[in-house]
Design a protein around this ligand. Structure first.
Ligand SMILES: O=C(O)CCC(=O)C(=O)O
Length: 241
C-alpha cells in the first residue's frame, strides 16, 4: 500500500508531489537502455521525423520545432516511445504509477501521452512555462475535464537546476489556464505570464518522480552543464469507471 507515502493535502495545495524512488533500479536501467536505443535510431537525423508511430523532435539552435538540428542526432523530445519500446510500453501501465494516481484522486487512470525529453549537455534548451491541460484535445481533454488527471515526470538521470531540471510554479494549478501559451515557442520562457512566486526545481535522482496537476504551470531552464538530463513524462486522465 502506498497510502501513507502520499501527502494528498500538500499535493492539493502545491499542485505537485515529489516521490523518491518511485521506480526501482532495474526498471530505470531498462528505461535508460531503451532511451539509448531510441537515440541511436535517430543518430543521423537533422530534422524532426517520425519512425513508425514514434516522433523525434531535434534540438535546434533556437529550441524551436521544425528547425534544423544543431548536429545530426541532437534530440530535444521523443514522443510515444512506448510504440517502439517494451520498457516504455510497460511504464504506461505501471501499477505503481496507477496506485499513486488513484491515491491522488484519479480513478481508472489511463495514459494519454508518453514522451522522453533528452536534454543535451550544454546544448539542451529550456521549456517555456506552460500548463499541459492547454495542450490536450478530443476525448483525452473531455475525460480530463470530466474525471481529472495527473501527470508524472520520472528522472532517468540525476537532475537539478544546473542541468535544466524540471521546474514547477507551485500553486498555479488553481487559477485556470493562462492565455498566450499555445504557440509553445521554446525560445521564450513565458515567465511574465505566470505567477513565479513559488518556483521550485526539485533535485531528482534516477527513479525519483514528480506527480503534478495538468493545470500546474511548469517548464525548465537550459542545460548549462556537461551532464545530460533525460526525463520520461506521462499524462494520465481518469475514466470514471
Ligand atoms: O523537459 C522538461 O524539463 C519540461 C518538459 C515539459 O514540460 C514538456 O515537454 O511539456
Amino acid at each position: 500500500m502506498i497510502g501513507s507515502e502520499v501527502d494528498v493535502a500538500s499535493y492539493a495545495t502545491e499542485g505537485f508531489l515529489v516521490v523518491r524512488s518511485l521506480l526501482d533500479a532495474n526498471t530505470i536501467e531498462a528505461l535508460q537502455q531503451a532511451t539509448d536505443e531510441l537515440e541511436a535510431m535517430a543518430a543521423t537525423f537533422v530534422r524532426d521525423a517520425a519512425v513508425g508511430r514514434v516522433y523525434f523532435e531535434v534540438q535546434s539552435a533556437s529550441g524551436r520545432k521544425r528547425e534544423p538540428a544543431i548536429f545530426p542526432g541532437a534530440l530535444r523530445k521523443i514522443t510515444s516511445p512506448s510504440k517502439a519500446s517494451p520498457a516504455f510500453h510497460a511504464l504506461r501501465g505501471s501499477e505503481r504509477i496507477i496506485e499513486f494516481a488513484t491515491a491522488l484522486g484519479i480513478s481508472s487512470a489511463r495514459c494519454v501521452v508518453d514522451q522522453i525529453n533528452p536534454k543535451l549537455p550544454v546544448h539542451g534548451s529550456g521549456f517555456p512555462f506552460h500548463q499541459d491541460a492547454a495542450f490536450l484535445h478530443g476525448v483525452a481533454l473531455r475525460d480530463l475535464e470530466a474525471f481529472g488527471g495527473v501527470n508524472v515526470v520520472v528522472a532517468l538521470d540525476p537532475a537539478d537546476e544546473d542541468n535544466g531540471g524540471f521546474t514547477v510554479l507551485a500553486r498555479t494549478h488553481t487559477s485556470g489556464l493562462v492565455p498566450g501559451q499555445y504557440r509553445y515557442d521554446a525560445s521564450q520562457t513565458l515567465e511574465h505570464r505566470f505567477d513565479t512566486t513559488h518556483r521550485a526545481v526539485p533535485a531528482l535522482a534516477p527513479g525519483d518522480a514528480i506527480f503534478f496537476s495538468p493545470w500546474l504551470a511548469h517548464g525548465s531552464g537550459p542545460n548549462r552543464s556537461e551532464r545530460r538530463r533525460r526525463i520520461a513524462t506521462l499524462w494520465f486522465v481518469g475514466s470514471g469507471s
